[in-house]
Design a protein around this ligand. Structure first.
Ligand code: IPE
Ligand code: IPE
Ligand code: MG
Length: 234
């Protein structure tokens, strides 16, 4: 019997790492790991729905991932495009609201088209909020916000609340739990502004192997966290 989960994070972010190592272990080219990683994406979305998580952000491509060989980058974008094309309608039928965070500049036209389409058809859905971070960098997001603020001459004072309004997805709450797979223990420019009080769950499991049981383990670990936000526990 599974333990009952009493405290659920409202927003989970996942740094889906280890696709390349998954493939290397099998003596396969890295891109095979990315393809396999998509199956894990599907499992994670299913698990998030099952455990009634409100927001799930999946780190899919960072602003630093452009440093990779062009073929790998192109493969990743093509994969995103074909999967979104294939699964957009089924996500919609499942009441999932899909959003994207990151910079569209530099992404292939066709990918942008399908991203816009899926966001559009799912925009009134009320179930899981599924956010793909594509060409996303936390520093870039902060810099873009500053640029927008500077252009608005009327703003005299910038407090946290004002600043937040200029982030890519201002209505999405801070991330409560960040899961990172494949043993690395770093943030790699993910949701910097939104993660100041996040809890972290690290696992050695490589992303393509990450399944519902691993998702559940992260939630069990979250149960034991004592979140204080700088204050004292009541
Ligand atoms: C994560 O897996 C996927 C992306 C960053 C796009 P990696 O490709 O980083 O896999 P490793 O870290 O090389 O194993
Ligand atoms: C983080 O993984 C980015 C994504 C999962 C999209 P990386 O593999 O790019 O991170 P580093 O380079 O190990 O920090
Ligand atoms: Mg990696």
């Amino acid at each position: 019997m599974k333990k009952e989960l009493k405290i659920l994070p409202c927003h989970i972010g996942i740094i889906m790492d280890g696709n390349g190592r998954w493939a290397q272990k099998r003596k396969l080219p890295r891109v095979f790991g990315h393809r396999e990683g998509l199956k894990a994406v599907r499992k994670a979305v299913k698990a998030a729905k099952k455990f009634k998580i409100k927001y799930l952000t999946l780190y899919s491509f960072s602003t630093e991932n452009w440093k990779r060989p062009e073929e790998e980058v192109n493969f990743l974008f093509k994969l995103m495009e074909t999967r979104l094309r294939k699964e957009g309608d089924s996500l919609n039928r499942n009441n999932v609201k899909v959003e994207f965070t990151g910079r569209k500049e530099g992404l292939p036209e066709k990918l942008i088209e399908i991203m816009d389409y899926v966001r559009d058809i799912t925009k009134n859905n009320t179930g899981l909020n599924l956010i793909f971070a594509i060409n996303y960098g936390g520093r870039q997001e902060i810099l873009d916000a500053i640029e927008k603020i500077v252009k608005k001459k009327k703003i005299k004072k910038v407090d946290e609340e004002t600043f937040r309004k200029f982030l890519y997805l201002p209505d999405v709450p801070d991330v409560d739990l960040i899961i990172r797979t494949a043993g690395e223990k770093r943030i790699s420019n993910f949701l910097i502004w939104q993660s100041v009080y996040s809890e972290f769950y690290f696992t050695d499991v490589l992303w393509p192997d990450f399944d519902e049981e691993d998702f559940y383990k992260a939630l069990v670990s979250y149960q034991k966290r004592k979140r204080k936000f700088g204050g004292l526990i009541k």
